[in-house]
Design a protein. Structure first.
Length: 398
């Protein structure tokens, strides 16, 4: 039987990537550090995905097993034998996989196996280059990386809400997700034939779709969360924010700022019609009450979401570079700096607590330099726009 190795048995790994390949007939091997999840996978060999959408259903993902990520030799053996693999562990943790993957690649080549395609499910810009550089640090100088490794970038659009504590304690394997099930990927990067997996959507110009995901989908989520926290702090769920007349309309306007820039940047891929369909579909999905997605979840982790290359500042710089006015995006950056939403226990996300107590009190210009990565001269237009948006918020006019 064909084997698919999935680094990361978290929400995206289980509800989306592993599920797609299992349903296509692969045995899915999850590599993770969570001993409870690994043990449960090996004990049961299956797990449920609870689809929270207009038509709810339970998908049973079959023929799965787990390997502890700390067992590097065992992981390397799996990589040496598998047909292909994927990562879905988050950009911060991704470098921890590089030594293991490098070991697996060496074992694979020694065994006379062909190249390994790695599907990078991290929603990172320039993900392939980052992974290639990371692997090179752990491989011999003469290792033929370009011949032995296909690095496939993706655009991960599936929304997975925070699992309630009581559900996770009762069953570590159950995971909630929306019905959306399309994995956009770089069709030009595979070294082997593109696998026949329903839901896999290879594209010729992957950069366009990575930017669309970050600057429309992720931007829209951030806008609805940060504006809701300023304008209607009593709201809890994203569907409430989108149904709020002012927040929903302003979020749409901000998404269209990026939409116009994307049309200019990638005229062969996008036009107003398909960008409009995409935005409408996203806003419909944001309004999915059954999913129960929270403003806290989509807004948390400010140091990452306010960084230069992420959904807000990245979108603002992208819009400016393509001559698109982006006042809503700038407002989103300023509002994000004031985001203090808490979880069901009344706790700030740890990175946000540090931001609120250690970073934000030093002033907005400090935040723009040290968190947003902006320079007052080199990024003069973005700098001025964010300062102007902050003044509006301070005056109560934002």
């Amino acid at each position: 039987m064909r084997t698919f190795v999935q680094f990361g048995a978290g929400n995206i790994g289980r509800s989306f990537v592993g599920q797609l390949f299992s349903r296509a007939g692969y045995q899915v091997v999850f590599i993770d550090i969570d001993e409870r999840i690994i043990a449960a996978l090996n004990e049961r060999g299956r797990y449920p995905v609870e689809v929270k959408d207009e038509v709810p259903e339970t998908i049973w993902v079959e023929n799965v097993r787990g390997v502890d990520a700390r067992d590097v030799e065992r992981c390397a053996e799996e990589l040496a034998r598998c047909e292909l693999c994927a990562t879905a562990i988050g950009p911060a943790a991704l470098p921890k996989t590089f030594p293991t993957i490098a070991r697996g690649l060496q074992s694979r080549m020694a065994a006379g196996r062909g190249p390994l395609d790695i599907i990078i499910c991290e929603n990172m810009r320039d993900a392939a280059a980052i992974v290639r550089a990371g692997l090179a640090e752990h491989l011999p100088n003469d290792f033929p990386v370009d011949e032995m490794v296909g690095l496939i970038e993706t655009s991960i659009g599936k929304m997975v809400p925070i699992m309630p504590d009581e559900v996770r304690q009762r069953d570590p394997l159950v995971v909630y997700a929306e019905a959306y099930n399309t994995l956009i990927c770089d069709g030009q990067a595979f070294k082997n034939p593109i696998p026949d997996v329903p839901g896999l959507a290879p594209k010729a110009n992957m950069k366009a779709y990575v930017d669309r995901k970050l600057f429309i989908h992720n931007l829209g989520h951030a806008l609805c969360a940060y504006l809701a926290h300023i304008w209607a702090p009593e709201l809890v769920y994203t569907w409430q924010a989108i149904e709020h007349p002012r927040i929903g309309q302003t979020t749409r306007e901000g998404m269209w700022e990026s939409g116009q820039a994307l049309i200019k940047a990638y005229p062969q891929e996008f036009d107003e019609a398909d960008i409009g369909v995409h935005i409408d579909d996203l806003l419909r999905r944001f309004c999915n009450k059954a999913l129960g997605d929270t403003i806290y979840r989509v807004g948390r982790d400010l140091p990452r979401k306010l960084s230069r290359d992420d959904r807000l500042v990245g979108a603002l710089l992208f819009d400016i570079a393509h001559g698109v006015e982006a006042p809503v995006t700038a407002l989103g950056v300023a509002a994000g700096m004031r985001f203090r939403a808490t979880d069901e226990h009344g706790q700030l996300y740890p990175a946000d607590a540090a931001f609120a107590t250690e970073v934000y009190p030093r002033g907005i210009e400090h935040v723009m330099r040290d968190v947003c990565g902006l320079h007052p001269q080199r990024d003069k237009e973005a700098w001025a726009m964010i300062l102007g948006a902050e003044r509006l918020l301070s005056a109560g006019d934002g």
